[in-house]
Design a protein around this ligand. Structure first.
Ligand code: PRX
Length: 682
């Protein structure tokens, strides 16, 4: 970004990559696909905006139909399907009872292969959601508009909890189970939740993880900020057996299985929610400060994920669909819970990790349940390729469609996915989008467009992306020049705002390319995604990665500032800078450069303390690959830390001309240090 430092931004650098060959959609896939009408691009042309989104709204059941598809009178606060009323829980559960109540809605696959798989039918899901909703309403007193923080691992109860909240109009804020107590506490306080829903523990790669401990700590940390958690509700991983070593806190903690019996057989009439009422909050990292909550709507969001599941994932009620993401991220919300269940498909919740006990596990699951759609990330694909390159060949399964999401996928990794995992029979969609977006922005429509390894594709139907340079000029297709990818038009899945912080919403996503802040015309408000991208002459976008201070580790989004502030909490640390370095499996890993306060000498112990602090503040996913204790950090004359120079050093790239820095000599010192260490390790 043009930041006055005279640097050229990553998105401005022309990227030369080899054009990859096209792969046509497999004929068997096309023969059965949901969307095969080539006229779709005409229907979804910009001149038909916003009316074309009628098609999305029509996929849902409404208590009251909407009057206006889009109210854009207060940009960029878009309101979709205004006047309409619906309930997400009804759409994901009740509406399937008449036709398919005995069909599996959710499979729960435990970490251990010795523990049986649980199949939960739509009828059973209906019963569980209603009973839990009755408890939340009548036992706890939760009401429409209240917020609840949910810190649960990958258990079926997580989906039940979300749907029970949605039934009552209670706004759920699910925190990824692997996040620390501190991260959970921050989200409890920011969302104003007085109830925390958690579990005693869970299994991960054969190990029991005591999860309740984090709830106790999170409540204490929240109390330190004058926020009281009134109730902690605990699902037991093994029903009827409380297995945490951390005892219940009298008056605050409730084991759900101890009380749910009182609500047996109860039914809760779903709240009639306005389309633009909040369904959930999902926290995500940004460039500055603490994570912020994207606030997603009921009607716009649900219609969008339903449409994307149907058109891009080609999901049908007859499909068995496995998205390997965690429900604690947006991918899991949209494509384990809301999208697949809204369409009445069978969706898998897998407790474990992809390569435990070995890299054959996913393919055994696929064979056993006859999974025909697989949804995962480049990190998981790289891991499975490394651990078991031939493993998929040992099992009998057929994927009609496979999905990749979360990070750019290297063409070589893509080809292994296609040839070995998909056995050349499967269509692949590379879906580019973000927490803030609800659902996909770029992807090929799988039956209509050829695949191109490493490129997401054009905008999905309804989405009109554009690349702007730093001056706001459009970068045309086929120039080989990168720029900032933006979306010209609003769409129903887009967040309604940042919870409690409308200014940050406008500043982060819309201020950059809005030419007239007074304008009431949506055309003047392109959405700024924060990713660099290139547009090839065929109209396919290739995503280059974040252009801000966000790094994407194994598809998990972290703010460099979050790691740096955790490092700065360690006594003796003067300054800290996090950089993204390339990693064979995870795509990107953070490394942190730390300079010490005067008189403090570097030691292994100090490096360990920096790591401990980061893991404690954020969680193990943020653990840096390396802590470099350095005499000073390279800075501009105005005192700005040159993270990009450090990243080049870490990645063993040319650092370019550093003579204009305030302390150019430090770059060479750091380079020598890094090189010596790397040599020592090879
Ligand atoms: O940099 C892009 C990358 O992931 C970021 C969004 O992260 P998050 O909000 O956690 O959502 C992840 C799942 C939707 C984006 O800004 N990203 C996501 N999908 C892709 C991608 N980069 C390249 N290709 C993708 N398919």
């Amino acid at each position: 970004m043009a930041d006055g430092s005279g640097e050229v931004s990553a998105s401005e650098i022309a990227v030369h990559w080899q054009e990859e060959e096209y792969y046509p959609p497999p004929p068997d896939f096309v023969a059965q696909a949901n969307l095969t009408d080539p006229k779709v691009s005409e229907r979804f042309a910009l001149e038909n905006f916003p009316d074309y989104y009628h098609e999305f709204g029509d996929l849902l059941d409404w208590y009251k139909p909407w009057d206006t598809v889009l109210d854009s009178t207060n940009p960029p606060f878009w309101r979709w399907f205004v006047g309409g009323e619906l309930n997400a829980s009804y759409n994901c559960v009740d509406r399937h009872l008449a036709g398919s109540k005995n069909k599996t809605a959710l499979y729960f696959i435990p970490d251990s292969e010795d523990e049986p798989i649980e199949a939960i039918t739509y009828q059973e899901l209906y019963v569980r959601v209603n009973e839990f909703a009755a408890y939340l309403r009548d036992g706890i007193g939760l009401r429409r508009g209240d917020r609840v923080t949910v810190h649960l691992p990958m258990l079926a109860e997580l989906a039940v909890t979300m749907l029970a909240c949605a039934r009552l109009g209670v706004i759920h804020s699910v925190v990824f189970g692997g996040f620390s107590a501190q991260a959970c506490a921050d989200r409890i306080v920011d969302s104003g939740s007085s109830v925390l829903i958690t579990s005693d523990g869970y299994w991960r790669a054969g190990k029991w993880i005591d999860h309740k401990e984090k709830a106790d700590q999170a409540c204490d940390l929240a109390a330190g900020e004058d926020h009281r958690v009134e109730k902690v509700l605990i699902w037991e991983r093994h029903r009827g057996q409380y297995r945490s070593e951390h005892p219940l806190v009298e008056g605050r903690d409730v084991v759900i299985d101890d009380v749910i019996g009182e609500f047996r057989g109860q039914r809760v009439e779903p709240e009639h929610m306005r389309a633009d009422e909040t369904l959930f909050l999902m926290y995500t990292s940004g460039s500055t400060g603490k994570p912020k909550a994207a606030q997603h709507s009921t009607g716009g969001y649900l219609s969008y994920v339903t449409a994307m599941s149907k058109l891009i994932l080609d999901l049908k009620p007859t499909d068995v669909y496995w998205c390997m993401a965690d429900i604690g991220w947006i991918t899991g919300h949209s494509f384990i819970v809301y999208g697949p269940l809204s369409l009445g498909a069978s969706s898998i919740i897998y407790e474990g990790v992809p390569n435990h006990p070995d890299a054959g596990r996913p393919w055994r699951i696929a064979e056993r349940l006859d999974v025909n759609i697989l949804h995962t990330s480049p990190t998981a694909i790289r891991l499975l390729r490394k651990d078991g390159p031939e493993e998929p060949k040992k099992y009998k399964y057929h994927f009609k469609l496979m999905v990749t999401v979360g990070e750019p996928i290297e063409p070589d990794v893509w080809r292994w996915y296609y040839n070995v995992v998909g056995q050349q029979e499967s269509a692949i969609v590379d879906t580019w989008w973000q927490t803030e977006n609800g659902g996909f922005l770029c992807s090929t429509v799988p039956a209509l467009l050829p695949m191109k390894p490493g490129s997401a594709g054009p905008g999905v139907p309804g989405i009109h992306p554009v690349i702007y340079d730093n001056e706001g000029n459009e970068v045309p297709a086929g120039t080989g020049k990168g720029g900032n990818i933006c979306i010209r038009n609003p769409w129903p899945g887009s967040m309604m705002g940042i919870w409690g912080n409308p200014d940050r919403y406008v500043a982060t996503y819309y201020a950059r390319y809005c030419k007239d802040r007074e304008s009431k015309d949506w055309r003047d408000w392109p959405y700024f995604a924060g990713d660099g991208a290139m547009l090839a002459s065929d109209g396919y976008f290739r995503i280059l990665g974040r252009i801000d201070d966000v790094i994407n580790v194994a598809g998990h989004r972290l703010g460099t500032k979050e790691l740096e502030s955790a490092a700065l909490m360690v006594p003796g640390v003067a300054e800290a800078a996090v950089v993204a370095t390339r990693d064979e499996i995870k795509g990107i890993m953070p490394e942190i450069f730390v300079s010490l306060a005067p008189g403090v000498s570097p030691s292994e112990e100090l490096g360990r303390r920096v790591i401990d602090s980061i893991v404690r503040e954020i969680g193990p996913i943020a653990r840096p690959r390396k802590v470099w204790l350095v005499p000073d950090l390279p800075k501009t004359r105005s005192g700005k830390i040159m993270r990009r120079v450090l990243a080049s050093v870490s990645n063993r790239e040319d650092v370019g001309d550093v003579t204009s820095l305030a302390n150019p000599e430090i770059v060479e010192q750091i380079r020598e240090m890094v090189q010596a260490e790397r040599l020592g390790h090879t």
